[in-house]
Design a protein around this ligand. Structure first.
Ligand SMILES: [Zn+2]
Ligand SMILES: [Zn+2]
Length: 426
């Protein structure tokens, strides 16, 4: 507030504060700082973005079961040991992550988990609002492809003595599922020649035989792949048309700190913890973004969830978001954009009720934001945000959508128990 002074006889306030007032101010600030530290150590870790202006209601949602999930931004693919530097590189990547609202960083060096020793020196995370959670991962590579792994306890090697003719990438995936059963398995950069041939429904749909990926990189941040995201989205739509439900992630693939967080996978998880993040990605609850945050739901179901409908009724679609850069928002029903709206920097909201285009068949709804931008020396439309779909299942139910691979694995484990129990029954 600026002081208003009567013309002619201004009485300017004394610019130096009174010593007593200064003391009181210092005391007050100390108490406030103490309170802040106390509440920070007691409160569960909050998404860092929440501290930076995005409305809180965009970053918290409820699963249909009433469980709260928060939007945690994860860069799931980074190579701190690609250049000389070791621990310093890890620290530099953490700093960039913090600047760019990244809540968790997965360190995925090529065929190496040596970053683990740096993680042990830095100690367990996260400090609330203080720095990103660091997760040890690996980019396990072999002839024909790279498998991204989040949350590992050791290296993954394929069994080279296998005689069953399984492709090296699938043998590696199989080894990962056995040795790192808690890890997330990601098909890395299918936009690149090393990866393209694995983006097929049969490598994600557990109803078909063979090892499965949980997720694929729909958007890889390397500049040479930036314009390939649209093409990969097209291939993904082909998988969805076959009923496969691969989880989507996007990551920087940073080889240096400057690239961290562009893009990031926002994971709708119960907690900022490796197990909770992996489980949420395996359940499909993600969107990939280099800017905006979005809370999207269809009749209360979130991205990655299935909405089961008795009949072809209308659905309530809710999109609440916040962005720094704006763009063109599209709501898609299958492959068709049914709503297009320009969004300006700041908060945005879209709430509508309508019937799906083919309301009596199974389908999905999803959201995208694109921008016009210079990329690769020319002006074009780039993808700035893409959400996983909310899947819609109409009667007859459970006839089209595949279960997520991790859920299927758990189901198989349980089924395996029954014959053993049966043997013991009289
Ligand atoms: Zn790679
Ligand atoms: Zn990589």
């Amino acid at each position: 507030m600026g002081g208003a002074h009567a013309p002619g006889g201004p009485r300017l306030p004394d610019p130096s504060p009174h010593p007593a007032r200064l003391l009181a101010l210092v005391a007050l600030l100390t108490v406030l700082a103490l309170l802040a530290t106390q509440s920070a150590s007691a409160a569960p870790p909050a998404p860092l973005v929440q501290l930076r202006g995005a409305p809180a209601d965009v970053l918290r949602q409820s699963l249909a079961e009433g469980i709260e999930v928060r939007h945690y931004a994860v860069d799931g693919h980074a190579h701190p040991l690609a250049r000389p530097g070791g621990l310093e590189n890890v620290r530099a990547m953490m700093e960039t992550a913090l600047e760019r609202d990244v809540d968790a960083l997965v360190l995925t060096d090529h065929n190496s988990v040596r970053a683990g020793k740096h993680l042990r020196r830095i100690g367990p995370g996260p400090a609330p609002g203080g720095r990103p959670l660091l997760i040890l991962g690996e980019e396990a590579g072999t002839r024909g492809g790279h498998v991204g792994l989040w949350s590992v306890s050791g290296r993954t090697r394929r069994d080279t003595r296998r005689q069953d003719g399984m492709a090296p990438v699938l043998a590696l995936l199989d080894a990962a599922a056995k040795r790192q059963p808690r890890a997330l398995t990601v098909l890395n950069h299918p936009a690149w020649k090393l990866g393209a041939r694995w983006l097929r429904a049969r490598h994600f749909d557990p109803r078909q035989p063979g090892p499965k990926f949980d997720a694929f990189e729909i958007w890889n941040g390397r500049s040479m792949l930036r314009l390939s995201t649209r093409r990969v989205i097209g291939e993904w739509e082909g998988l969805l048309a076959e009923g496969a439900r691969p989880s989507i992630v996007g990551s920087s693939d940073a080889h240096e700190a400057a690239h961290i967080g562009r893009p990031a996978t926002v994971v709708l998880a119960t907690d900022l913890h490796p197990t909770a993040l992996v489980a949420a990605v395996q359940a499909g609850r993600t969107y990939v973004t280099d800017d905006a945050r979005v809370a999207f739901s269809v009749d209360g179901r979130l991205p990655g969830q299935i909405l089961r409908q008795r009949g072809p009724t209308s659905v309530r679609i809710e999109i609440r978001g916040w962005s720094r850069r704006g763009g063109l928002l599209r709501l898609l029903d299958g492959r068709t954009a049914i709503v297009e709206r320009r969004v300006s920097p700041g908060p945005f909201q879209l709430i509508l009720r309508r019937r799906r285009l083919e309301a009596d068949s199974d389908g999905y709804l999803r959201v995208e934001i694109t921008r016009r931008e210079m990329s690769g020396g020319k002006m074009g439309e780039v993808v700035g945000l893409v959400t996983a779909p909310v899947y819609v299942d109409v009667a007859p139910q459970d006839d089209f959508w595949a279960p997520p691979p991790a859920e299927w694995r758990r189901m198989q484990d349980r089924l395996e128990l029954f014959p053993r129990v049966a043997q013991w029954s009289p």
